[in-house]
Design a protein around this ligand. Structure first.
Ligand code: PGA
Length: 253
């Protein structure tokens, strides 16, 4: 019998939003969540770090989880401008995204660093969303599956289980571009990721681990993607900045 994986609908706000926007977004989602009885999905918002505390309070009691977009590898120390996983946990975060392609390209983050961040997060008691994905050049060169397998192998934290780790497949060419992977393209990569996870974590854990799709997911394409056999939710950027759009996507799950 196929295992049931509860879809995770995660909003990556990136560097967007002021306090007033967070009030409207987090508050609006909390109201919708309160009205929906035992939703079939888990809802997560990942605001910019300075808005985490505000959002944790805004969604308190609603069941919505709050996560960060990055963390440092160290628990504390001389790392100006960085934030530790233990502080995120202490503030009430449940998750942290690591290895987003914007961090990999804008900050030169390597698989090795991403794995170290993920391990620091697990040690602090956070769940991690590990992002992987190929560029257009790699896809056109026929390297899609190899690149994703390699990134997964090198970024997956030691101690990863189905309950503490989520993988997000985000083709770089689909992020913020309006170009979305076709269902066939998404399922092909998700199924390869699932196979790799089973090999690395054991068949049962690999089967239970959620693999999200990310890259221009919106209310009109969400249902088709979210109903693919190996897609267990979404990591949503642009469309997570609207209560209605984000909620419509969640509802499609
Ligand atoms: P997008 O971003 O939905 O705006 O394409 C997704 C992401 O980068 O996580």
């Amino acid at each position: 019998m196929a295992v049931k994986r509860k879809p995770l609908i995660a909003g990556n706000w990136k560097m967007n939003g002021l306090t007033k926007d967070a009030r409207a977004l987090a508050g609006g989602l909390a109201k919708r969540m309160a009205k929906s009885k035992s939703p079939a999905f888990e809802l997560l918002i990942c605001p910019p770090a300075p808005l985490l505390d505000f959002c944790v309070n805004a969604v308190k009691g609603s069941g919505i989880k709050v996560g960060a977009q990055d963390c440092h590898t160290a628990e504390a120390g001389a790392h100006t401008g960085d934030v530790s996983a233990s502080l995120l946990r202490d503030m009430g975060c449940g998750y942290v995204i690591v290895g987003h392609s914007e961090r990999r390209s804008n900050h030169g983050e390597t698989d090795k660093l991403v794995r170290a961040k993920a391990e620091a997060a697990l040690t602090a008691g956070l769940k991690v969303i590990v992002c992987i994905g190929e560029t257009l050049k790699q896809r056109n060169a026929g390297l899609t599956l190899n690149v994703n397998r390699q990134q997964l192998r090198a970024s997956l934290p030691a101690g990863a289980t189905a309950s503490n780790t989520v993988i997000a497949y985000e083709p770089v060419w689909a992020i913020g571009t309006g170009k979305v992977a076709t269902p066939n393209q998404a399922q092909e990569v998700h199924s390869a990721i699932r196979k790799s996870l089973k090999r690395k974590m054991g068949a049962s854990e690999g089967d239970k681990t959620r693999v999200l799709y990310g890259g221009s997911m919106n209310p009109s394409n969400a249902a088709e993607l979210l109903h693919l056999p190996d897609v267990d939710g979404g990591l949503i950027g642009g469309a997570s900045l609207s209560v209605t759009d984000f909620w419509t996507i969640a509802d499609a799950a």
